[in-house]
Design a protein around this ligand. Sequence first.
Ligand SMILES: *Cc1c(COP(=O)(O)O)cnc(C)c1O
Length: 369
Amino acid sequence: MSTVMSTPTLEIRPSDHAASAEERTKRMTHPGFGRVFTDHMVVVPYTEGHGWGQGVLKAYGPIEMDPASSVLHYGQAIFEGFKAYKQRDGGIACFRPEANARRFNTSAARLAMPELPEALFLEAATALIRQDQAWVPGAVGESLYMRPLMIATEAALGVRASNEYLFLLMASPSGAYFPAGVKPVTVWISDDYVRAAPGGTGFAKCAGNYAASLVAQRQAKGEGCDQVVWLDAVHRKYIEEMGGMNIFFVYQENGETVVVTPELTGTLLPGITRDSLLLLAREQGWRAEERRISVEEWRTDIQEGRMTEVFACGTAAVITPVGHVKSRQGDWTIRDGETGPVAAKLREILLNLQHGVSPDTHGWMKKIV
Ligand SMILES: *Cc1c(COP(=O)(O)O)cnc(C)c1O
């Protein structure tokens, strides 16, 4: 790989057509998720042999690319997702962005892409959030969703790792994922499709994983479900994830609360929310386990009353309870389709931390403003 070179700091080139306060307010009303973008973005080019070049923060807008750019043909593309939250004290802070910077590089390595210095990742985020701080919504549950990505831009049809890349960072104000309150979802257990196989790219946040998942998501919709649940590719019986989120199972065993999440086998995406919840659950005095869990266990443990809740977690929706399960092996309901106390409690703890309502005892919050 290329030699390490010093990273130039970003050039700040403010937009000459930033939205007026009135226009911004209009666009930030019911923004939904990922449809509204702020005034600026960050772009940093990479060339093999020269390393990362001069990055610039500039007006958000289209990028020009050669149609032969290898990302368009062979899919060398990775991304991340994290959020900036308004703090109770009026400031703005991000939740564990260093973990996203590290995972970005894990994904880059798997896709034979160059690593981005973590300091540059964080500098880009800080600069964009400061520049567009008026776009950070204020209410609990709302946030500025940050979307970094890296794409291969060399115009070359030969199948090999590109010699040129672009790092991009954009920001999108996002509303409360569930404006009407958290509503449990219905899931479809997919046995026609798998998300990831051993040796593949399951642990990397790469665009191709999502492209390959869409047909299964469509099938789930066709079965009257909101989301797809992925099984392991080898045995087709162990639960891996739900859509683009990690999944947790809650047990009540002899008066003890136990939360179980599938272990990281290389085919699961190691979620930062998952990692945080494991620690937060232990701090509640609950037992937290990472192990394999099969569809059969899921069904019988619900039927026999040992398993009391199921929920999924990720940056975008925080915590999403699972109320109903449909599969070719039968259907079952969890907790009469209602949100359980463990999911509700963890959601509250996490949101309070992220908005600076409760003390940041783990050093997870990075102050930006
Ligand atoms: C991003 C992602 C998650 C959740 O990760 P977080 O870091 O918690 O946002 C889970 N599964 C998949 C497949 C993902 O892409």
